[in-house]
Design a protein around this ligand. Structure first.
Ligand SMILES: [Zn+2]
Length: 446
């Protein structure tokens, strides 16, 4: 957690300045600000020991209850008179749901078309089982957590970041597994956004007398599965625009230093998104296909757009090992080369390249998220940006501000956005530093 001011009901206290690497792992899932009069957060045990003296000084006048769980220390701070352990119990739901989210994120990039879900089983204040959904087709989080808990699940509380399923899919319903394990209570982060199953899992649990609490850390859980929720509600994958700007506000084709390396925001975006749209011109200089450098990352499908009326403009032979996750969309039948086929790269020839076709393709592949990456020759994707804005298909943007001052270009792919009569409102803005660059993420509010 980075040092910041956190407002409590009747006082404001500065938190100790934890290092940047203690911030949430992924930018796209920054935790929502807490507005409660109570605050709980986790820190690494060693780090906690170093900081505890400082913390106790800064929290003078505020009642703290500290407890530890498997290498983590939990501190609950509350203004006013202390009522001891009851404070801890009050904050338990949020604490364990945040733990579920942390577990769920271990499968980032692997679960589509399913959501990321985490589950912990808690008995007598101890976690006795935990699990997450690792991949579509594999068991759900609850199954792993209940398996680990064994008999300890009886009369325990199950925490799940998303409503347990109540239907037979590729796996049996988790509601039945929870009932069979005789859990006493189920705390759920958010209801399933699928209109067909919404709240049916909760109803099933309540019908057999299990206490159900819903909506704990709801915003965090929604943010975790933002792309899944979007696809459930709209029937289309979440489309995000990514581009770079100079500090003087001009479009740039560049990426910042080190952002493509492990831990860099670009590497993490590629890990998180199911597919990324790139122009073929990007590969003219034998640039490798962008790949996430996060350990064990599931690489996104690289959708290469080749848009050119001249028959002499062949699709460049992309150079990379990972050609199994590359597809080329072209409007030029004569642009394909035997080398592409030899490398096993699928080529789709369209009369006209448009977003509808690409999004429909991704949707049919069960993808929840698509990144439209504005790099290379803008003439290849300018129309896509225009279409995305006009049809309100672009939901989000990720802007990288580079530490450069550059000249404006006549081929600015953002012109369709800039020339709108009445701009577009944006919301949910977040920002962070990544090496020398500043990254801004937000949502369009059409
Ligand atoms: Zn399930």
């Amino acid at each position: 957690m980075q040092g910041q001011l956190i407002s409590l009901l009747d006082c404001t206290l500065p938190l100790p300045r934890f290092p940047n690497n203690a911030s949430p792992l992924n930018f796209a899932t920054f935790q929502q600000p807490h507005h409660s009069s109570k605050l709980s957060f986790n820190v690494d045990l060693n780090h906690f020991l170093q900081k505890s003296i400082l913390l106790s000084k800064r929290l003078r006048g505020v009642n703290c209850v500290m407890s530890s769980y498997s290498g983590y220390v939990r501190i609950v701070a509350k203004c006013g008179p202390s009522d001891g352990e009851s404070d801890v119990r009050d904050c338990d739901n949020g604490f364990y749901i945040r733990k579920c989210v942390e577990l769920a994120r271990k499968a980032v990039g692997f679960t589509s078309p399913n959501p990321m879900v985490g589950c912990v089983i808690v008995k007598d204040g101890k976690i006795v089982g935990q699990g997450f959904h690792p991949k579509a087709g594999q068991p759900h989080a609850e199954v792993f957590a209940l398996r680990e808990a064994g008999d300890m699940a009886e009369n325990a509380t199950a925490y799940v970041s998303l409503e347990p399923c109540n239907h037979f899919g590729r796996t049996p319903p988790c509601t039945e597994a929870l009932i069979k394990a005789k859990v006493k209570k189920v705390v759920v982060g958010m209801v399933d956004p699928n209109p067909l199953v919404e709240s049916k899992g909760l109803a099933r649990l309540r019908n057999v007398g299990i206490e159900v609490v819903v909506g704990e850390e709801e915003e965090l859980c929604k943010s975790l599965n933002e792309a899944f929720v979007h696809r459930m509600l709209t029937g289309k994958p979440l489309l995000t625009l990514r581009y770079s700007l100079s500090v003087n506000g001009n479009f740039s084709d560049l990426l910042g230093d080190r952002v493509t390396e492990c831990g860099g925001y670009y590497s993490r975006l590629l890990q998180e998104y199911d597919s990324v749209i790139l122009p073929s011109s990007l590969f003219r200089g034998k640039v490798s296909i962008p790949a996430s450098q996060e350990p064990g990352a599931n690489q996104p499908l690289r959708i290469i757009i080749h848009k050119d009326a001249s028959s002499s403009n062949k699709i460049p032979l992309v150079v990379n090992e990972a050609t199994d996750k590359v597809i080329v969309f072209t409007d030029n039948e004569t642009a394909t080369t035997p080398e592409l086929a030899k490398k096993g790269i699928e080529t789709v020839i369209l009369d006209q390249i448009n977003l509808d076709v690409i999004l429909d393709y991704c949707n049919r592949q069960g993808m929840c998220s698509v990144l439209l990456d504005l790099r290379g020759n803008s003439s290849e994707y300018e129309e896509l940006v225009k279409e995305g804005i006009q049809k309100k298909n672009i939901s989000k943007f990720v802007t990288e501000i580079l530490p450069i001052w550059n000249r404006g270009s006549e081929t600015d792919p953002l012109i369709p956005v800039k020339s709108l009569d009445q701009g577009i409102q944006v919301e949910k803005l977040k920002s962070k530093g990544s090496d020398q660059n500043v990254i801004i993420e937000g949502h369009f509010k059409f």
